[in-house]
Ligand binder design. Sequence first.
Ligand SMILES: Cc1cc2nc3c(=O)[nH]c(=O)nc-3n(C[C@H](O)[C@H](O)[C@H](O)COP(=O)(O)OP(=O)(O)OC[C@H]3O[C@@H](n4cnc5c(N)ncnc54)[C@H](O)[C@@H]3O)c2cc1C
Ligand code: SF4
Ligand code: SF4
Length: 580
Amino acid sequence: MEIKYDFLPELVIPISYGSSEVIETGKWGFEKPESVFMTAPCQEVCPAGNPIPQFLYLASERRYEEALEAVLQENPFPGVCGRVCFHPCEKECHRVQYDEAVSINAMERYVFDVTSDRSPDMPSVSDADSKRVAIVGSGPAGLSAAYFLGRLGYRVTLFEARKELGGVMRWGIPEYRLPKSILKKEIRRILQLPIDVKTGVRVGKEISFEKLHRFDAVFLSPGAGLSLSLGIEGQDLKKVWSGGDFLDRINSGDKFRIGKEIIVIGGGNTAMDVARSALRLGSRVTVVYRRTRAEMPAIQDEIHEAEQEGVRFEFLLQPVKVSVLKNKRIRVKFQRMKLRGRDESHRPKAIPIKGAYHTLDADGLIKAVGEGVDLSWIPKTLNKKSLIDVNLSLATSHPKIFAGGDAIDQPRTIVTAIGAGKKAAISIDLYLRGSAEDDVFSKIRVGNKGALSMEAYLSGKNGGNWSEPKEVISYPQLNTLYFERSQRVEMSKLRGNKTLKSFSEVNLGFTSDEATISALRCFSCGTCNYCYNCYFFCPEGVVSLDPQHKKRTVDLEHCKGCGTCAKVCPRNGILMKGPS
Ligand SMILES: Cc1cc2nc3c(=O)[nH]c(=O)nc-3n(C[C@H](O)[C@H](O)[C@H](O)COP(=O)(O)OP(=O)(O)OC[C@H]3O[C@@H](n4cnc5c(N)ncnc54)[C@H](O)[C@@H]3O)c2cc1C
Ligand code: SF4
Ligand code: SF4
């Protein structure tokens, strides 16, 4: 009898003695292979729910436009995140247990950089009858909410107090980390959607809060823009700056000198940006923090970069007084501290060492000890503990007002703000459609850490059919036998004198080869990446794969249920299932 295969590969593949035509499933085997898709751990911890294995797979095939589209489904800021995200994804990458983490962050940047001049069109589905949503604040939370609401078909009006959009991305983070041209490209893409932008309009000043009630729903994302004070004698002296004001001037393009010797107080992102910017203005800089390096809240990479560039650090010191010396320099008196016990946020508590002081002289001091939320224009009923008070759906106590970003109780990072913008857009959509859908968030979750999938939301909303959330794949579920050990590729950096003489971007990104090597290092945990193992090892030759259309099919009529495909899949993508 002649056996016909219409999917024979050119390579020789093993065929069992018995004919597939003769022995069919059910006559011989009880189990059938079923494709399973699981959530990768990197994706679970990305607060934006970036489809990491998918975009890395597409990038490994150099299908960059498709990779960008995959990311844009969940995150409107790949160019920003690829530069300044604190990348928790890399810490959880399964490759860490094998050799070194995949360079996810740098790859996100590469996918944006290589396609940024041919960004996909943003289809608009809104019409004249669309409901209207007001957004206050155009940082990552507000712009993300505008993006997702625009894509969901709403007419959005975005109020921004400053003359340009972007929030901290525009006025806080300096050019050497996030070039303005990158932010502009991201914002230009978002503004293809039906978003009416009102810059230079501070709600509570140019228009009243009450006027927002004309909209069908409101999202508040004003960030945390108030520099907290040191609360010490001399804090209002001319030579004492606020970190926010200092960075604002830098980011407005002001060229100025701040003094030869500068002290920066604080241990967070603002302190690191202030210190590195002051270095670029020609100052010698000492960062003083009241705990130790281990407790500094700034992104680790930033601390490291600051050290590399020559910023000096002094720990366990708290300023108590600033005074002006005869030579017009300033003297800062510090209380020496020690760590003992834990505070309410479970961080080691810094307590004064009685009678132990230290002084430092300098030409100026920049305080960067944290930021507060300006709630003066927001009704008191919406606030709690100096923040806007929201529930798990980001709804305030007013049914049509939602809030997110730095102004609520959530980690203060860009990607968390993006995640909040997405969540708020979904909550607002549910509210405006009067949806009685219970527990939507548990159906569209990406793992168990709070990230949501817009793709899952749209397919459930449009098809009315919510798929089951995918479980997170553990390391032992991978079959690492098929992987080779390899070194992680790091981005090259601007080095030497050039770095500190300008505000040019320090991280230089990947070359095309570095990007391909990095993308290929991804295990594609829990996702089929068409490695063809199942295809080659199937003794019956009944597996067919179609990478272009993302399809893997098994001819179940002739599958014997031997389970070879499941065993050889390196990423746990096939499960043998018996008759139910
Ligand atoms: C200096 C600095 C560096 C940072 N670096 C990083 C980093 O590298 N990586 C990272 O992940 N995170 C970083 N962060 C944190 C991150 O930037 C914030 O968590 C994030 O920007 C918060 O987004 P948001 O949209 O809530 O607020 P914001 O970005 O603060 O935006 C709020 C916007 O609302 C506007 N606004 C306020 N009140 C009104 C009003 N009444 N009417 C109209 N508009 C109003 C403001 O002008 C502003 O544009 C940094 C923060 C700072 C300060
Ligand atoms: S946004 Fe941040 S956490 Fe998410 S994939 Fe990018 S680098 Fe990782
Ligand atoms: S190997 Fe790839 S899919 Fe797996 S955790 Fe790392 S980046 Fe994510």
